[in-house]
Design a protein. Structure first.
Length: 147
């Protein structure tokens, strides 16, 4: 069941990521399905893990960092190593090798909260998991009975 759940989260994330790209820049690439799927899996893991606390305000930077790391590794593979030129942030301020940049990391900081919420709703609708409340400002580690 866990493999099926992760596969569903991966596919939802891949399709969502591609759709965001189409809405943002009018095109996408098949590699973005895999990048998006992995990013969404990581966001879902960070969101559901009790080790990161309950506050989405604290989890959002972790999610944005995870997405940025995935984009860097995939950019180095897809754009630099394979030479596919799927994206180039060279003209964007505060970029690293044209593969990642601070403005898009900040966008992911904001998008990680709706992405985490979408993951919760997906698990609720498809796998009948309980729908936990989205706690933006809840600090501290959850009690044992909440894990």
């Amino acid at each position: 069941m866990k493999i099926l759940k992760n596969f569903a989260i991966f596919c939802f994330g891949g399709l969502s990521y591609g759709l965001l790209e189409i809405l943002w820049r009018s095109c996408t690439h098949i590699s973005m399905f895999f990048v998006g799927g992995l990013c969404f899996l990581l966001i879902s893991f960070i969101d559901s893990s009790p080790y990161f606390g309950r506050s989405m305000i604290l989890k959002a930077p972790l999610c944005a960092g995870a997405v940025t790391a995935v984009e860097l590794v995939s950019g180095l593979l897809v754009n630099v190593t394979l030479g596919l030129g799927v994206w180039d942030y060279s003209s964007v301020p505060l970029n690293f090798m044209g593969q990642i940049c601070l403005p898009f990391s900040l966008i992911w900081l904001g998008l990680s909260i709706p992405a985490a919420l979408a993951g919760r709703i997906l698990k609720y609708l498809i796998f009948s998991e309980p729908l936990p409340p989205l706690r933006l400002f809840s600090f501290g580690v959850p009690a044992k009975e909440e894990i």
